[in-house]
Write a protein that binds this ligand. Structure first.
Ligand SMILES: *Cc1c(COP(=O)(O)O)cnc(C)c1O
Length: 430
């Protein structure tokens, strides 16, 4: 369920017409729905309530401060992967005690800052990192709380670039050797190895990988406890899939049914790190058609949102539903199945102005005939959209708008050409 709906042939975000936003703030434009963000966080909170989990919203998914603040207000903690993300979570009002720190390459500086902010947990991904964290904690006279991130070596479950639990990826400690490594850190004076962490990959559209991961987690927790590590936290990461094409995703309840009983059996505190599930369908990207053209027997719709704004189609061949913000007569109701041609639709490539053949938002997509000036909505763009955006081709980043009922406000202003050169201008004549 989301709050981007067509009413009488016009797209609304909650109670605000998207055309009005495009006219007020310009395009390309990210538009987010407060109600949808809160609704999806609530769904996870309710589904897992029996386990009383710490739900750490994944900052890399969409780290806009206003969105983080909203998550914080509704009870979430944060999953961060860099000093910059830690900075964002703290700036949004989070206590360090509700932050978990992941990532394969945490530096001394990051470990030090996270320790001084009293983060809840370090998800540690290698033996070298355990050694380094032990030293940093020791130099501060501290004991670092650690969850061992294990790569459970599961079958492929999602796009290769975002599958984090198959053999041979850089993430986590190898499941075959994690116990050997853990043995060397029993009774370490500056490391409290108190948790086990798995983030399986993303997006995941079935409970099967969680079942397989949980089965391996149960064995590992018992073995680690046997070594003398007081394991009291199970962190099952994020990865819950969303509707990108149609209604392909599972409700949070389905994942809870697999995870909650295991947590109860193990007597562990549950940590979750959802990102996409909360933010993905809470945002759209709005672009305006600049030109249309025919080339090589194909039709191109060239609009002002590009790969620098939303790189998922280029990077992962991701599918995003696209439909006009105010479709012409006969197309007022968007299709059930965006992958099938509709009556009188035209097959087009939706592209941006960037100088790359890989700059596209959709290929061979069935849309109503499009014209210069028309507005297009790219759906499911709230996760890994703005957070992966860049200034490639010296394109200023889009503005971001947060809608709440009939109200809307800018939560990040559109960048200017001055912003683009600001970090260089002072060096120009040296
Ligand atoms: C990216 C990431 C997440 C969030 O994944 P989603 O699929 O967006 O829920 C959670 N934990 C870790 C360690 C991650 O790298």
């Amino acid at each position: 369920m989301d709050h981007f709906q067509y009413k009488a042939g016009k797209l609304f975000c909650e109670d605000v017409a998207v055309r009005e936003l495009a006219e007020t703030y310009g395009t390309p434009l990210y538009v987010y729905s407060t109600a949808t963000l809160v609704h999806h966080l609530n769904q996870i909170q309710e589904a897992f309530s029996e386990a009383d989990p710490l739900i750490c919203y994944s900052v890399k998914t969409n780290g806009n401060l206003s969105i983080l603040k909203l998550m914080h207000q509704y009870g979430a903690g944060f999953d961060v992967t860099s000093n910059g993300e830690l900075h964002r979570a703290l700036a949004a009002g989070s206590a360090g005690q509700k932050i978990v720190f992941a990532g394969v390459g945490k530096t001394d500086l990051e470990q030090r800052r996270a320790l001084s902010e009293n983060v809840f947990l370090f998800n540690v991904e290698s033996e070298a990192e355990l050694v380094a964290l032990g030293e940093v904690a020791g130099s501060m006279g501290r004991k670092a709380p650690v969850a061992l991130r294990v790569n459970p070596d599961l079958p492929p479950k999602t796009h290769a670039k975002t599958d984090t639990s198959v053999k041979g990826v850089k993430f986590g400690l190898d499941i075959d050797t994690v116990l050997e490594v853990a043995q060397r850190f029993v009774n370490h004076p500056h490391l409290d190895i108190c948790g086990l962490h798995m983030h399986l990959g993303s997006p995941i559209l079935s409970v099967e990988p969680y079942k397989q991961g949980i089965a391996k987690a149960k064995t590992l927790v018992a073995a680690l406890r046997g070594q003398g590590h007081p394991i009291r936290i199970l962190n099952m990461g994020g990865g819950f899939g969303i509707h990108y094409r149609k209604k392909e995703a599972l409700p949070a309840q389905a994942f809870a049914e697999v995870i909650v009983p295991a947590v109860r059996e193990l007597g562990c505190k549950l940590v979750l790190e959802p990102g996409r599930f909360i933010a993905g369908n809470s945002g759209i990207l709005v672009g305006r058609v600049i030109y249309t053209k025919e080339s090589g027997g194909k039709l191109f719709v060239i609009q002002d949102a590009a790969m620098n704004d939303l790189i998922r189609p280029t990077l992962y061949d991701s599918f995003h539903r696209i439909w006009p913000v105010e479709p012409q007569a006969g197309f007022e109701v968007p299709p059930e199945d965006f992958e099938q041609p509709g009556e009188n639709t035209v097959s087009v490539d939706v592209v941006g102005p960037v100088c790359e053949s890989g700059d596209f938002l959709a290929k061979q997509r069935h849309l109503p005939p499009m014209h210069q000036g028309d507005l297009l909505a790219v759906f499911s763009a709230g996760a890994y959209g703005m957070s992966m955006s860049s200034n490639y081709n010296s394109r200023p980043r889009a503005a971001e708008i947060l809608v709440d009922g009939t109200k809307h406000r800018e939560i990040r202003r559109r960048e200017t050409c001055e912003d683009l050169i600001a970090n260089e201008i002072g060096f120009l004549n040296q």
